[in-house]
Design a protein around this ligand. Structure first.
Ligand code: GAF
Length: 388
C-alpha cells in the first residue's frame, strides 16, 4: 500500500514514527468556475490520493521530502517564504497560514507522495494543502474545524501558488463522503450530500494529457472578468453582490456597457448555476439522462462562452457523446487541459474505455489515460479510514 510506502520512506529518512494522513483529489460533476462567483458546485472526493507521513521533530526546522520527485527541501520554521521549488510552496503556504493565525509552528518532518495525477484538473494541489493542514492541526492540537482548514488551503493557493482559486477543491478534499457527491453553496457555505450509486453508474475520467500552462493566468483573468461584470451590474442593481444574484435579462440589458466578452463570461456563470440546480434535482429523481444533458450543456458553455476548453478536451467530449451507455461528459476543473468527466453505465465501461482510447489515438495520435473512480471519504488519518 502506498500509505505504508510513504511511512517507510519517512522512517528511512527521519527514523521516527509518523502520523499518516490520506488526502484525496476530487472530481466535479457540474458547477465549473462558479465557486469564486459565490455560486454552486457538485464535487466528490475520489480514490486518487496523496499520503502524508508527518512528525514533530523537536527542532526549529521544517524538513520536506517529495517521495514522487525524490527531492528534499529544508528551512527554518521562522523563515517560511515562497521558494523556487513549486511542490514545496503548497506546503509552505499552509505553514504560513498557521503562522498568520498567530500559531507558532514547531519544527517537523514530512514525506508525501501519491496518485493524484498532476495537471489533470483533479486538484492535486488542494490535496497537498489540505493533507498537511490536517496533519499539523492534529499534531499541534490546534482544533481548527474542517471549513477553517479548507480556507487556509485556499489562501495558501492564492498566496504561494498565485492562483486566485475558489473554495471547491479544498472543500471537496476535506468534506468528501464515500458514495456521495456534495453540493456546496459557495456563499453561505451550506452543503448537502446526494447519494451517487457507483454500482450502476461509473465516473470515468479521460486524461487528455494536456497540461494547463495557460491555466493560472487565464484563470485569474476569468475571475477579473466576472468581477467587472458584477461592477457594471451593481451600478444598476445594488442588490447584486455576485453573479449568483444576476439574471440573464439583467446581463442582456447591460451587454454593451460590459462588452461582449465579459457578457459571455457572466452569462455562462449564471446559466451554470441553473444547471447545477437542475442536475441535483435530476440526480434525486434518478434521471441520469437529464443529468447528462446538463453536463453536455456545461461543456458547451465552458468551450464557447467561458473559453477555457481546448481542442483535445472537445474531441474527448464529442467522442464520448456517440458511445452507448454514456449519460454525459464535459471538461472538468479549471480547463486548458486535464480531464473530461464521463458518466457511464457500468456494463458499458470496458467498451467505453476501449473506444475512447482508440478515438484519441486515431484523431490526435495521443495515448489516453483513463481512471475509473470510486467516491471516498475526505482527508483523515489512516486509522480513521480503517474504522469507517
Ligand atoms: C480550479 C479551482 F481551484 C477551483 O476553485 C474552481 O474554480 C475550478 O478550477 C473551476 O471550477 O480547480
Amino acid at each position: 500500500m502506498l500509505s505504508q510506502a510513504v511511512a517507510a520512506t519517512f522512517r528511512q529518512h527521519f527514523g521516527s514514527t509518523p502520523l499518516v494522513v490520506r488526502a484525496p483529489g476530487r472530481v466535479n460533476l457540474i458547477g465549473e468556475h462558479t465557486d469564486y462567483n459565490q455560486g454552486f458546485v457538485l464535487p466528490a472526493a475520489v480514490d486518487k490520493e496523496i499520503y502524508f507521513a508527518v512528525a514533530l521533530n523537536n527542532t526549529t526546522d521544517i524538513n520536506l521530502y517529495s517521495s514522487d520527485l525524490q527531492e528534499a527541501l529544508s528551512l527554518p520554521a521562522a523563515d517560511v517564504h515562497r521558494t523556487d521549488t513549486q511542490w514545496a510552496n503548497y506546503l509552505l503556504g499552509v505553514v504560513a497560514q498557521f503562522q498568520q493565525r498567530g500559531l507558532t509552528v514547531p519544527g517537523f518532518d514530512c514525506v508525501f507522495g501519491g496518485t493524484v495525477p498532476i495537471g489533470a484538473g483533479m486538484s492535486s494541489s488542494a490535496a497537498v494543502e489540505c493533507g498537511l493542514a490536517f496533519a499539523l492541526n492534529h499534531l499541534m492540537h490546534t482544533n481548527l474545524d474542517r471549513m477553517t482548514l479548507a480556507h487556509m488551503g485556499q489562501k495558501a493557493e492564492h498566496e504561494y501558488a498565485g492562483v486566485k482559486s475558489g473554495l471547491m477543491d479544498q472543500f471537496a478534499s476535506l468534506f468528501g463522503r464515500a458514495g456521495q457527491v456534495v453540493r456546496l453553496d459557495c456563499r453561505s457555505l451550506e452543503y448537502e450530500y446526494f447519494p451517487f450509486d457507483t454500482s450502476t453508474t461509473r465516473i470515468v475520467l479521460c486524461n487528455s494529457g494536456v497540461k494547463h500552462s495557460l491555466a493560472s493566468s487565464e484563470y485569474n483573468t476569468r475571475r477579473q472578468e466576472c468581477e467587472h461584470g458584477v461592477a457594471v451590474l451593481q451600478k444598476h442593481y445594488p442588490q447584486v453582490q455576485s453573479l449568483r444574484d444576476a439574471t440573464p435579462a439583467q446581463l442582456q440589458a447591460h451587454q454593451a456597457e460590459m462588452g461582449d466578452v465579459v457578457y459571455q463570461r457572466c452569462l455562462y456563470v449564471v446559466q451554470e448555476n441553473e444547471r447545477v440546480d437542475v442536475a441535483c434535482r435530476a440526480l434525486l429523481a434518478g434521471d441520469l439522462a437529464n443529468f447528462g444533458q446538463q453536463m453536455y450543456a456545461s461543456h458547451a458553455g465552458l468551450r464557447d462562452q467561458y473559453q477555457v476548453s481546448c481542442r483535445e478536451l472537445d474531441i474527448l467530449v464529442e467522442a464520448a457523446r456517440s458511445l452507448p451507455g454514456v449519460y454525459g461528459a464535459r471538461m472538468m476543473g479549471g480547463g486548458f487541459g486535464g480531464c473530461t468527466i464521463n458518466l457511464v453505465a457500468v456494463d458499458q465501461v470496458d467498451q467505453f474505455v476501449e473506444k475512447m482510447t482508440a478515438a484519441y489515438q486515431e484523431q490526435l495520435g495521443l495515448k489516453l489515460e483513463t481512471y475509473q473512480t470510486t467516491i471516498v471519504y475526505g482527508v483523515g488519518t489512516m486509522e480513521a479510514v480503517a474504522s469507517k
